[in-house]
Design a binder for this molecule. Structure first.
Ligand code: ARG
Length: 576
């Protein structure tokens, strides 16, 4: 289905050409939503300035050539020269009858996109910050796939670096057995902390750890095997969280820091050869232009430390270089916490200066804001440690289950568990996705699970209610699948218009990396449905035709609601 704004844009292209000539065919008609009509086109204002006429006169000339026959009412010019556009109910009804509301047109030129997201660290607990990078990244991956782009998921896990010497020695000390496997895959922090404490207290352990790092970096086979074991335990843990969260990442998407080991030396050599990197205080550094510290001095991006080791920045340079040169993608989304903004700006500037990135390739840091506790500070446990994600999620499911006890649906114990999981996890994910990704929000399970308001349970409940209406219709053998749609009531027209806005929202989410726009849209849709349902009797409509039309409209809302929630990675239970 073409989006409503694409349809209008095409009509404007024809009108602009007819009125002002071929040069104006590609002019953006500046279509925006409007308080006074379905949409308004604002193109007359910039055009008037350019052509030296009055905006209202320009608007009138456009309208004279604008063919909206069978689509919209005759356009009206308002204010300084806005063109108000209002679809006819017949057009909206026919479109709903003939088009699949959840389908989008195949892109003429699909993009190849790397989405770098989740990225927890081996032998460490995933914290709520990783919840956001995981959930937002997954929603973007699902959205791009939905609209026909090619997505390459890359989970840039922290699986390399100096702590691994200490972690491998700890693994040898406690022994490679099922108990250790279980500890690391259930409570990785305990293992990490124990290693840390020993490293600080036991000189012999510290020495062993340091030589272990050297062996690891030197590619010693036995050490690599131990490292592999350790990473494997963490993988089990990550996968358990991903499956609990209904996240699409798999082992095939792992592309951790270690992936780039063999490129690091070449990256440094190349930067040096191109005159971009130089020695400073014993370390090899790049000073990308335009970055200065508070003291006004150029800021360094350290690519090789004075001890010869490589760090986080070198790995990211190697990763972006491969993404451009081997994967050949059009766009890379880095779904990572806002505090890393400077890191990415410097990495991107360096990679561009090195000539690795084609001119039109987009590198984008999708900045992720903080998750706060009720005290307004970054969410932590009472003891001050970062909160365990697995515990938070379990708590959400428990509370969702308690709330279900008040529902009058009679669930078997298995159903109750399943629905509690869909609602509890959905609530946490939705709360995260419904705020702009770069702002912070307060983690508050009560608010997330509230049945009313902009929450997952509210949307899921709307879906479950439609399912129940459709079940009743089926029980009464009422056919409506091909029924003509009638949009006589304002609430019906509003609902139809909202439904048809879905493909535009998908395009916006993908273009601007903003899943919260989908959340906002779905909330509007659910509200439009609630208003419709209050004002327009469905099963007891005045006539069989009206009843069939309203059932068909309701069924369409359900498919759009489910499609929209599915790109956010949230399901709708059969009953609630
Ligand atoms: N592991 C890092 C962290 O936990 C995030 C890595 C993000 N991705 C990247 N390409 N640097 O903060």
């Amino acid at each position: 289905m073409p989006t409503l704004t694409t349809l209008l844009t095409d009509r404007f292209a024809a009108a602009l050409t007819a009125a002002f000539g071929d040069d104006y065919a590609d002019r953006d008609p500046v279509i925006r939503s409007s308080q006074f009509a379905d949409f308004q086109a604002n193109v007359a204002l910039p055009l008037a300035k350019e052509l030296g006429s009055k905006p209202r006169d320009i608007a009138a000339r456009i309208v004279e050539h604008l063919d909206l026959e069978g689509v919209a009412q005759p356009p009206e010019i308002s204010g300084p020269g806005f063109i108000n556009l209002t679809f006819t109910p017949e057009f909206l009804a026919r479109t709903l009858e003939t088009e699949d509301a959840t389908a989008v047109e195949e892109p003429a030129d699909p993009q190849r996109i790397v989405i770098d997201y989740s990225a927890p660290n081996v032998a460490k607990e995933m914290h709520v910050g990783h919840l956001r990078t995981t959930v937002v990244g997954d929603a973007l991956a699902r959205t791009h796939e939905y609209i026909g782009n090619t997505v390459i998921r890359q989970n840039h896990i922290g699986d390399w670096g100096t702590p691994f010497g200490m972690l491998i020695e700890q693994l040898l000390d406690v022994g490679i057995d099922s108990e250790t496997a279980q500890t690391i895959s259930e409570d990785p922090n305990a293992f990490y902390q124990a290693a840390r404490v020993k490293f600080d207290a036991d000189e012999d352990f510290a020495t062993r750890s340091r030589s272990r790092v050297v062996a690891l970096q030197g590619g010693d086979a036995q050490t690599l095997e131990l490292w592999e074991t350790l990473v494997g335990y963490s993988r089990t843990y990550f996968n358990r969280i991903y499956s609990l969260l209904d996240v699409t990442l798999t082992d095939a998407d792992l592309a951790g820091e270690s992936t780039y080991n063999d490129d690091l030396e070449a990256v440094c050599d190349e930067l040096e050869a191109k005159g971009l990197a130089r020695m400073s205080d014993g370390a090899l550094c790049v000073f990308p232009s335009g970055f200065t510290g508070r003291d006004g001095q150029p800021l360094p991006l350290i690519v090789r430390k004075s001890d010869g080791g490589y760090g986080y920045a070198t790995t990211d340079l190697a990763a972006v270089r491969r993404r451009a040169q081997v994967l050949g993608v059009d766009r890379v989304l880095y779904v990572v916490g806002s505090p890393q903004a400077l890191h990415f700006e410097m990495v991107f500037a360096t990679a561009r200066a090195a000539g690795w990135i084609p001119e039109d390739m987009v590198l984008e840091h999708v900045k992720i804001g903080n998750v706060l506790g009720s005290d307004g500070k970054i969410l932590r446990t009472r003891s001050g440690k970062p909160l365990r994600l697995a515990e938070l999620l379990a708590e959400a499911v428990t509370r969702a289950k308690a709330a279900l006890e008040e529902s009058n649906a009679e669930f078997t114990p298995e159903e109750a568990d399943e629905v509690a999981r869909i609602v509890g996890i959905g609530a946490v994910k939705y709360a995260d996705l419904s705020v702009a990704h770069d702002t912070s929000y307060t983690f508050d399970l009560d608010r997330m699970l509230a049945p009313i308001g902009n929450t997952a349970p509210y949307l899921q409940y709307a879906g479950a209610r439609i399912r129940s209406i459709l079940r009743k219709a089926a029980a009464e053998d009422i056919a409506f699948a091909d029924a003509p749609i009638v949009l006589g009531e304002p609430a019906e027209r509003e609902l139809a218009l909202t439904i048809l806005g879905f493909p535009d929202v998908l395009a916006e989410v993908a273009a601007g990396s903003q899943p919260h726009r989908m959340a906002g849209y779905l909330f509007d849709l659910a509200q439009a449905f609630t208003t419709f349902y209050e004002q327009c009797p469905v099963l007891v409509a005045e006539t069989p035709e009206l009843r069939a039309s309203r059932l068909r409209l309701s069924a369409t809302v359900l498919t759009v609601l489910e499609a929209g929630l599915s790109v956010l990675g949230i399901r709708v239970p059969e009953r609630m």
